[in-house]
Design a binder for this molecule. Structure first.
Ligand code: ZN
Length: 243
């Protein structure tokens, strides 16, 4: 069985649909495993929730999902993110809110645990450094943990008591071996690793391989919708650079 692993869609429907097309072109994919932040920042929160719900799969909650339904305060958000969260809240229907409300913080699925931020702090913590990753291996029992939140594809490996980080370049096929790993597929709707293309991964359960992909999408279309909606200009412009 194969699974598409998508994180941080961030209400960017153009990026999301481009990724879904790419997934379709790669043949049988059983389910979408979504790592949270379906909404926030982008111009089409309702549409992204609707499209996600049309696909079979599982999803955990992200900080932006909770902010959009008032489950967490936006005082810890930067002003642009807070403004986007307030705008997003006004775009959601009752069913959208119920869907976001029902998302769990943690899902365990076979050899994987799924969270948005980190195993230790599923909503807030970024796993960016080797040191943070190393501490987090104690907070999950499965062999692998899938995380989003940082919007940068990366794999942290724990082996013989030490940890190492590898950035995942597009086209990488990572054979999962015996080591425990924390894996981030990168962000669909707002990449931050300097590559503006949408990022995602596919896990193949038969070959136990994780493949990392990048997909170009119509960035200008998303930006135009953001500006039309009155979302912060800086949030639109950063999409051009993948930062
Ligand atoms: Zn995010």
């Amino acid at each position: 069985m194969r699974y598409a692993i998508l994180a941080d869609i961030h209400a960017n429907l153009a990026a999301f649909t481009a990724v879904l097309e790419d997934v379709k072109g790669r043949g049988d994919v059983e389910e979408i495993w979504c790592l949270g932040d379906i909404v926030g920042y982008g111009p089409e929160p309702h549409q992204c929730i609707e499209v996600l719900r049309q696909h079979s799969g599982i999803c955990v909650a992200g900080n932006h999902d909770w902010a959009a339904i008032g489950k967490i305060d936006t005082v810890d958000f930067n002003p642009d993110a807070a403004a986007a969260a307030r705008w997003t809240a006004g775009q959601l229907g009752t069913e959208d809110r119920q869907y976001l409300e029902g998302l769990p913080l943690v899902i365990e699925k076979g050899d994987f645990m799924l969270v948005h931020g980190s195993p230790r702090e599923p909503i807030w913590e970024y796993v960016l450094s080797n040191a943070t990753a190393c501490e987090n291996f104690a907070f999950f029992k499965s062999q692998f943990c899938l995380v989003g939140h940082s919007h940068a594809p990366a794999v942290f490996r724990e082996e013989n008591g030490s940890c190492s980080l590898s950035e995942m370049l597009p086209g990488t096929d990572l054979r999962l071996g015996k080591a425990r790993l924390i894996i981030n597929p990168g962000g669909v709707g707002q990449p931050r690793d300097g590559d503006p293309r949408a990022a995602y991964a596919v896990y193949d359960g038969e070959t136990t391989t994780m493949a990392f992909y990048r997909v170009p999408y119509d960035i200008a279309a998303t930006q135009a919708k953001m500006l039309h909606a009155g979302l912060p200009v800086r949030l639109a412009s950063r999409l051009s650079y993948g930062v």
